[in-house]
Design a protein around this ligand. Sequence first.
Ligand SMILES: [Zn+2]
Length: 283
Amino acid sequence: MKKNKKTAKKIAKKIAKETQELKAGKSPKPPKAAPKSLELLSPNPGSLAAGPSRSRSTPSSGTEKSARVKKILSQVVPTPVVKNGLTEEDKIAQITSHFTEIMKILGLDLDDDSLYKTPQRVAKMYVKEIFGGLNRHNFPDITTIENKMKYDQMILVKSVEVLSQCEHHFQTIDGFATIAYIPKKQIIGLSKINRIVDFFSRRPQVQERLTKQIADCLEIILDTPHVAVSIQAKHYCVIARGIQDAQSVTVTCDLRGDFKSNLATRSEFLTQVPSARLATTAL
Ligand SMILES: [Zn+2]
């Protein structure tokens, strides 16, 4: 037990060191898949992104952009969260400590060279990667473009990867989304749709809320009521535990504007949504 305490202390020390390195800019860049920070935001007037919290002390645009993201997120169906005033570093340190306890309770040997860094790995993964979407400063850099070409048909993106965590079991949700909109005055860079999906996926989720959050966000950013989002996903809490069904796929849909009320538009979208059978083979 004493040894375990020592290990926990060692880990805490290492975190403090890494935190300092992080502040000094020595740390490696976040992994490719992590939500993009907003630091590279262009000064385009159509831009809707926020600046990172770290630049809060610097005047003007950072704060302004942050306020815009705050406004967008305030109109999106909320994830149930409460403010606890903890910094990312605080969160990593505390989760490391608590996960150490979980592993000890499970009877795992934290002095084993394969296990001793696991609590810290899990903590960093939670805060910086798989739950990075809880931090609004990770909201992607979104730039819309004026629809000068007066494009007035459906724009559809399919096979958008969805990798999230179920909030009931903290198990993986793995699937893909089909997303469409009919523009009015604005169009959006297509990869930005993937980034929006990625941002909201990096939260503890239920698929229904994830679907709505993506649709809400697109409706606000694109200022069009004609938005459709469908997600097909496998839930590892269904595969690995409980009923242990590896085949079932959950399909959710949020159809708005013409996608809801115009039968032809609705059908045009739904024919692009792969059937659950196809989804199973695609996953
Ligand atoms: Zn679950």
